[in-house]
Design a protein around this ligand. Structure first.
Ligand code: SF4
Length: 169
C-alpha cells in the first residue's frame, strides 16, 4: 500500500475514541527508504495543530540532538504508536494502541527500516520484526527536562549515529 493512501485512512479513521478530541491525524513523515524509523507514543498539542510529528519543544530538541550527531531529520521516518492526540496527553489505552497498530505495522512493512528507535518506554508496543535492530532511548521530552537523562539521551543518539554508519559501510 502507498503511504499516501494510508495517511488518508488515518485522517479519516474512527477506529478508536481518540479522533474525537483531535484536530488532525498525525500519520508521521519521512522518506520511504529511511534506514531509521523513530517511534514515539502519541502526538501532542503542536503535532495535533500541524498534523506533523515531533514539531513541538521535544521535537525541536530531538532534531537538534540528531543534527549534532550528523543525522538529518529529513533522512529518518518519524511516527507514533497512535496517530491522534489523547485527552490531556494521557497514555493511550491498550484498546487504542491495538486499534491503531495496523497503521504502524504497514508503515514498518512499507519502509523496511534497518533500525527502529523507540522514543520512551511507551513505544515498547512497537511490533518487533526479524531483521530490524531495535534501540530503546529516553523520550526527548524527559531528556530536555532532566540533566542526567539529557546526558544519557545524547549518548544513545551518538550510539545510533555509530550504528547507522556501520550499516552504511
Ligand atoms: S488513534 Fe489510531 S485507531 Fe484511533 S482514531 Fe486515530 S488513527 Fe484511528
Amino acid at each position: 500500500m502507498a503511504l499516501e493512501d494510508l495517511n488518508w485512512q488515518i485522517y479519516d479513521c474512527k477506529k478508536c475514541r481518540l479522533w474525537q478530541g483531535a484536530k488532525h491525524g498525525v500519520p508521521g513523515e519521512g522518506p520511504l527508504n529511511a534506514t531509521v524509523m523513530l517511534v514515539g507514543q502519541n502526538p501532542g498539542a503542536d503535532e495535533d495543530e500541524t498534523g506533523r510529528p515531533f514539531v513541538g519543544r521535544a521535537g525541536k530538541f530531538l532534531t537538534k540532538i540528531l543534527t549534532e550527531n550528523g543525522i538529518k531529520r529529513e533522512d529518518v521516518f518519524i511516527t507514533n504508536i497512535v496517530k491522534h492526540i489523547s485527552p490531556q496527553n494521557r497514555k493511550p489505552y491498550p484498546d487504542e494502541v491495538a486499534a491503531c497498530m495496523p497503521y504502524l505495522n504497514t508503515q514498518i512493512s512499507v519502509i523496511k527500516p534497518k533500525i527502529i528507535v523507540l522514543l520512551g518506554a511507551s513505544a515498547k508496543d512497537t511490533p518487533r520484526l526479524e531483521g530490524i535492530e531495535y534501540m530503546q532511548v529516553i523520550h526527548p521530552s524527559a531528556a530536555m527536562r532532566f540533566n542526567k537523562m539529557g546526558i544519557k539521551f545524547r549518548e544513545q543518539i551518538a550510539e545510533l549515529a555509530k550504528r547507522i554508519k556501520a550499516i552504511s559501510n
